[in-house]
Ligand binder design. Structure first.
Ligand SMILES: *Cc1c(COP(=O)(O)O)cnc(C)c1O
Ligand code: SF4
Length: 455
């Protein structure tokens, strides 16, 4: 690691030790109180890399990474903010505060345990609680030791996990069960490790899972994916952490086995691709033969402009990463703060897409991970039948609960305010082509949320 001089230890910050951050001196007492109010409802955690290398403190509070990781007053609706503010002023006990927080959280569409249970497969009568399987080819695996992150994104839809509302319950011997499940389901080609962030795990623990998959010689297994924000929040995971070298050796081993290893890297803003540490980390990962694919939602206050996206994709490609998905922010937590309407998201996508060469256009989106599947907004058009002109939105499934739905265009009435699939009405007829089957087979409506989607 000739280009890195200092050894840096991971230091995590949350409300209780916020005053240890040198830069926190600049906050007024009122600002600190506002952070405390929001941070008591939504999870807050950041670290020394984010604070010292990513945030431009001269640009705070509008700095995108500050917005991404620090709590802000507007992330709670005024009545919720006031409720928690009053509770804090009353000096309630920890238990009482938690009760107030949970009451507010319940109103933020946290996805109940019942919903968590959907898509959890069975194997020989055992419920595989660390596995979720929605689309034919890809199984999601939630290793129990990977249920946190190096910092938290304030828009994250996994927030109920982090505040302990959705206790993820895991089976014993989950690694063996994963192997059995993939072996018995021949249509599964991909195993996607997710969390939290699976790279929060020590290499030894991760290797335990991956070695089991490799040693099992499963014929249908083609790709192992690691969904992670470590390149954005803690690139030292691949460079200077004491088990970084072992991690890269593990990557090499997967590749040598003839299995595609894809790091599904989450980047929200080009600044995350600007440090020496992330450059070195990416180069080291690429040297193992692993690929890096990138994804992010469109977020108000953070990346809601075409230029930011164009710059981000170009920078990713220059660093030999492959742009993969642009997502729509989900309907949970601080959605009112981060949400960008579907039509505007598509405009951002289109204007960014126009600025970059075909090499960057591997990206697909904007896509919403709705209950029936991943739905891409293809665009807005005007259609005329001589008498009337009508504006419509064309959509299609990138992934569907039923694979027959994939790549079939469908049409919704133009609605510039729509934030999600359930805000859209069919442009023709009174149901979307998949709706009846969806309701019948899955016994729910398209307005139900589904907590297991990836962003
Ligand atoms: C996005 C997603 C996947 C992976 O889909 P790809 O299009 O293959 O990247 C798998 N499972 C769920 C539940 C998802 O949301
Ligand atoms: S979006 Fe990913 S990295 Fe960010 S808090 Fe959620 S799980 Fe963690």
């Amino acid at each position: 690691m000739e280009d890195l001089v200092h050894f840096i230890n991971y230091r995590s910050y949350a409300l209780h030790n916020l005053h240890h951050i040198m830069q926190a001196e600049r906050f007024s007492a009122e600002e600190k109180f506002e952070m405390e109010v929001v941070g008591n409802v939504l999870p807050f955690k950041t670290n020394n890399y984010v604070i010292n290398e990513l945030i431009d403190w001269d640009n705070v509070p509008n700095d995108p990474i500050f917005r991404l990781t620090f709590p802000h007053k507007d992330m709670l609706l005024p009545p919720h903010f006031d409720e928690m503010a009053n509770a804090l002023k009353k000096n309630l006990s920890k238990t009482e505060l938690k009760a107030v927080a949970n009451k507010i959280r319940m109103q933020l569409n946290p996805h109940s345990d019942g919903q968590m249970a959907n898509n959890v497969p069975m194997l020989d009568g055992t419920k595989l609680t660390g596995i979720q399987h929605k689309y034919d080819q890809t199984v999601l695996f939630f290793p129990s030791q990977g249920q946190t992150c190096h910092a938290y994104c304030s828009f994250c839809f996994r927030w109920p996990q982090f505040v302990g509302m959705d206790e993820m319950k895991f089976a014993m011997k989950e690694g063996e069960l994963l192997v059995d499940y993939v072996r018995k389901n021949k249509n599964v080609t991909d195993v996607l490790f997710t969390g939290g962030d699976p790279l929060i795990m020590k290499t030894k623990i991760l290797a335990g899972y991956i070695d089991k998959l490799l040693d099992a010689n499963i014929e249908n297994l083609q790709t192992i994916r690691l969904g992670t924000k470590a390149l954005g929040y803690w690139p030292y995971r691949f460079t200077m952490d004491d088990d970084a070298d072992d991690l890269l050796i593990l990557f090499e081993k997967v590749v040598a086995k003839g299995i595609n290893l894809s790091i599904m890297a989450h980047f929200n803003h080009p600044v995350e691709l600007s440090t020496n540490a992330v450059e070195v980390a990416i180069r080291r990962i690429r040297n193992t033969g692993a690929q890096i694919r990138t994804q992010s939602p469109v977020l108000r206050h953070i990346n809601d402009s075409p230029d930011i996206w164009a710059e981000m994709w170009r920078r990713q490609v220059n660093l030999n990463c492959i742009p993969y998905y642009m997502f729509v922010t989900r309907d949970t937590g601080a959605q009112h703060y981060f949400a960008v309407p579907l039509v505007e998201s598509w405009e951002i996508f289109r204007k960014a897409y126009q600025q970059v060469s075909g090499i960057c256009r591997t990206v697909r989106g904007p896509s919403m991970s709705a209950n029936p599947g991943k739905v891409q907004i293809l665009g807005v058009s005007e259609i005329t039948d001589e008498v009337v002109t009508k504006k419509i939105i064309t959509l299609r499934f990138l992934q569907g609960r039923n694979k027959d739905w994939v790549a079939q265009p469908f049409f919704a009435e133009y609605n510039p305010d729509a934030l999600w699939l359930d805000d859209l009405k069919p442009a023709f007829g009174n149901k979307f082509f998949f709706e009846e089957e969806f309701e019948r087979k899955y016994n729910r409506s398209i307005t139900d949320t589904d907590s297991i989607n990836l962003q």
